[in-house]
Write a protein that binds this ligand. Structure first.
Ligand code: HXC
Length: 511
């Protein structure tokens, strides 16, 4: 037995050293952790059970059969995070650049299948040069199998991609199908690398310019979180998981909490001048327990804020117009961002709390030609389709299409509250007066005075929540001080909501 145990230990040591000391040193010099160090930081101490450490590459092409390829460049298994099980893989860049070959893919597929069987979240720690070029079609086939499983698992178990190095070529699409993409500053994501861009387009571009964390968090909207290091990226994944259930049949974990009390501080948060902007984060932080708000896509489409918080210990998904950016208008990117978030929450039993202060859609040729109709439709679709409890609070402006789109009663909001400062109208008073009183204003002795008078008339009529409340479109007009207890009661009341959508294969969201 001693001999056999020594043999096992020896094999483990060889495999455990990845691509060797030099490559590990290079990895560290680049500010990156090794695949194993990442798992140690992600999972609770001593909880990780590794599978398939002896799996070997079967390809004989381009000398692969003469090389030791430890663990085929990926560690897979199940560990716990805060006591909850997660299935995961961690790619080893020191082994053939973390590239994905046939057996590498098999290992990932196996752990994904297990995650589905167990109904537990799936986390991918990515650091890879993409399809293993030497293995050709076997690598491509492997990616196909992973994409298929990512798609089948979507809405069944939460899937989180943590990208900590290159994620090139085929390596980008599994994260893209998953629910959340966390990128460290060392991470890059692109389909075709700088060398291909130069060859085909004649353009010189760096890896980071092409697809660094800043690009995907601010510009493309591919990523949801940007972290300054491996450590922070991994901490972000752990925190994110604390808001999510293990699978679609479960509720997110509820924390103990004391009953929310009224808080007059909320009365002072919105400026009295309706044209002044403010930071909606301050409002959100007053509403959620302990001011603990985990914002998703904080750098992308900043005119809308989405993220997770808790009210009376219960997880909610918040969607709020951000008056500070573009006056909180809806546009192509904000509609995409909010719609995807709404659908995620709806998949995983997370009630929606919408905070409305939106003057409408962003006008202009760029938006129209860019497809604001198609993109804006996603938000209407996502809210209408969602069957989780939907609570809406109108803070200030709810004009025109924005009134409808921001989870209004006709889109199925279960409870709609409004502050006394709410303005629920077809459009802003200035524009409205110009259109409906055009003739009166033009023929008046003093057109400017007439215009102001008509604007005031329109404001008096519609710049309040009462017209909507008279029709029952708003269920209650509330003192801002009572926001937390009111929303907590609404969520408690809606706890048992059950709604069955009409029978169908699936809807056809405008993509
Ligand atoms: C095999 C690879 C590899 C790959 C890197 N390596 N990528 N081996 N297949 N795809 C190996 C390198 O040969 C090297 O081996 C080691 O990994 C480290 O790579 P370096 O280039 O030295 O590292 P670095 O300078 O940090 O550059 C990393 C990189 C670069 C930017 C990722 O390696 C690169 O551009 N790789 C190719 C990326 C790519 O084009 N992938 C697309 C594949 S096609 P040694 O032995 O020297 O350490 C694809 C299509 C699927 O994915 C499409 C599906 C939709």
């Amino acid at each position: 037995m001693d001999t056999e145990l020594r043999e096992l230990e020896q094999k483990r040591r060889e495999l455990g050293s990845g691509g060797g000391a030099d490559r590990i040193a290079k990895q560290h010099q680049q500010g990156k952790l090794t695949a194993w160090e990442r798992i140690q930081r992600l999972t609770d101490e001593g909880s990780f059970l590794e599978f398939d450490e002896f799996v070997r590459c079967r390809s004989g092409c381009f000398g692969l059969d003469h090389q030791v390829i430890p663990k085929d460049g990926v560690i897979t298994g199940v560990g716990t995070i805060g006591g909850r099980r997660v299935a995961l893989y961690s790619q080893d860049f020191t082994v053939l650049g973390g590239s994905l070959g046939e057996m590498h893919a098999h290992k990932i597929v196996k752990v994904m299948d297990l995650a589905m069987k167990l109904g537990i979240p799936f986390i991918g720690l990515n650091d890879s040069g993409g399809a293993r070029i030497q293995e050709g079609i076997d690598s491509l086939y492997g990616y196909g199998e992973i994409f298929y499983r990512n798609t089948r698992a979507s809405g069944v178990i939460p899937q989180i991609a943590v990208n900590l190095g290159p994620t090139a070529g085929g390596a980008v699409y599994s994260p893209a199908i998953m629910d959340f993409v966390i990128m460290s500053e060392q991470a890059t994501m692109y389909i075709t690398g700088p060398n291909v861009v130069k060859a085909v387009m004649g353009e010189e571009v760096s890896h980071a310019e092409l697809g660094g964390g800043a690009v995907h968090n601010q510009e493309s909207g591919v990523a949801h979180f940007l972290a300054d290091s491996d450590e922070t990226a991994i901490q972000t994944a752990r925190r994110l998981l604390s808001f999510l259930p293990d699978n679609y049949l479960q509720e997110p974990p509820r924390l103990e909490s004391i009953a929310p009390a009224s808080d007059p501080a909320l009365r002072a948060l919105l400026p009295t001048d309706h044209s002044k902007s403010y930071d909606v984060h301050a409002v959100i932080e007053q509403i959620v327990d302990g001011g603990d708000f985990m914002e998703v896509q904080s750098l992308f489409a900043r005119n809308i804020v989405v993220g997770f918080g808790r009210i009376a210990g219960r997880v909610v998904g918040l969607i709020a117009n951000q008056a500070r950016h573009l006056a909180g208008v809806l546009d192509i990117n904000s509609a995409d961002k909010a719609a995807r978030f709404v659908r995620f929450c709806d998949s995983f039993n997370i009630p929606l709390l919408t905070l409305t202060d939106c003057p409408g859609y962003l006008p202009g040729i760029q938006q129209e030609h860019g497809g604001v109709i198609r993109h804006g439709a996603k938000l209407l679709f996502a809210y209408s389709e969602a069957t989780v409890p939907k609570v809406t609070l109108i803070l200030r402006k709810a004009y025109g299409g924005a009134y409808i789109a921001m989870c209004s009663r006709p889109l199925g909001a279960d409870m709609v509250f409004a502050y006394p400062t709410a303005e629920i109208a077809v459009m802003g008073a200035e524009g409205a007066a110009e259109i409906i009183f055009k003739k009166e204003i033009a023929s008046a002795g003093d057109p400017d005075a007439a215009r102001l008078e008509k604007i005031r008339e329109y404001q008096e009529q519609f710049y309040n929540p009462y017209r909507a409340a008279e029709r029952g479109f708003v269920d209650a007009v509330i003192d801002p001080a009572d926001t937390r207890p009111t929303i907590a009661r609404a969520l408690e009341m809606l706890r048992s909501k059950s709604e069955n959508p009409p029978e169908k294969r699936h809807g056809n969201i405008p993509l």
